[in-house]
Design a binder for this molecule. Structure first.
Ligand code: DQA
Length: 141
């Protein structure tokens, strides 16, 4: 199985960014954990700060990937362009957040990505990613 993992803006700063909200682990550490858990499946990791860069990655890997695991960062709350890219790609997508966006500021409660994803994983800090990966592995191609 081929799994594409995309992290959006500011997630390159994990480990130094608001640890009480996002946890202390770096994105590199989180990716390493996912790689270990992916047990022989192919998994590619990207982090991009730009909306267009994220969309281009979805386009580029749409035929390669069986699953997309995406944390769009703040784009979650307003990027109809990323939403449309996910829908157009036909990819089975899972939305991930370290924090529980439903319990934070009002602008974070809305996810425009949610309707084009199979499931949302949130509030478990780095474990949100591992739960999403477990879901892919359980459900298969
Ligand atoms: C986030 C939540 C977003 O609201 C925020 O803008 C982020 C991270 C999360 O993983 O909890 O950058 O997606």
């Amino acid at each position: 199985m081929n799994i594409l993992v995309i992290n959006g803006p500011n997630l390159n700063l994990l480990g130094e960014r608001e640890n009480s909200i996002y946890g202390a682990r770096t994105l590199r550490e989180i990716n390493m954990d996912m790689m270990t858990s992916a047990r022989g499946h192919k998994i590619k990791f990207f982090q991009k700060n730009g909306e267009g860069e994220i969309i281009s990655l979805i386009h580029k890997y749409r035929k390669w990937a069986d699953w997309l695991i995406i944390n769009p960062g703040a784009y979650t709350h307003y990027s109809y362009a990323i939403r449309d890219a996910i829908e157009a790609s036909g990819l089975k997508a899972l939305e991930v957040h370290l924090s529980d966006i439903a319990k934070r500021e009002p602008f974070r409660k809305k996810s425009v990505i949610k309707p084009v994803c199979r499931k949302q994983f949130k509030g478990l800090k780095d474990k949100s990613y591992l739960e999403a990966l477990r879901f892919c592995l359980k459900n298969g191609k």
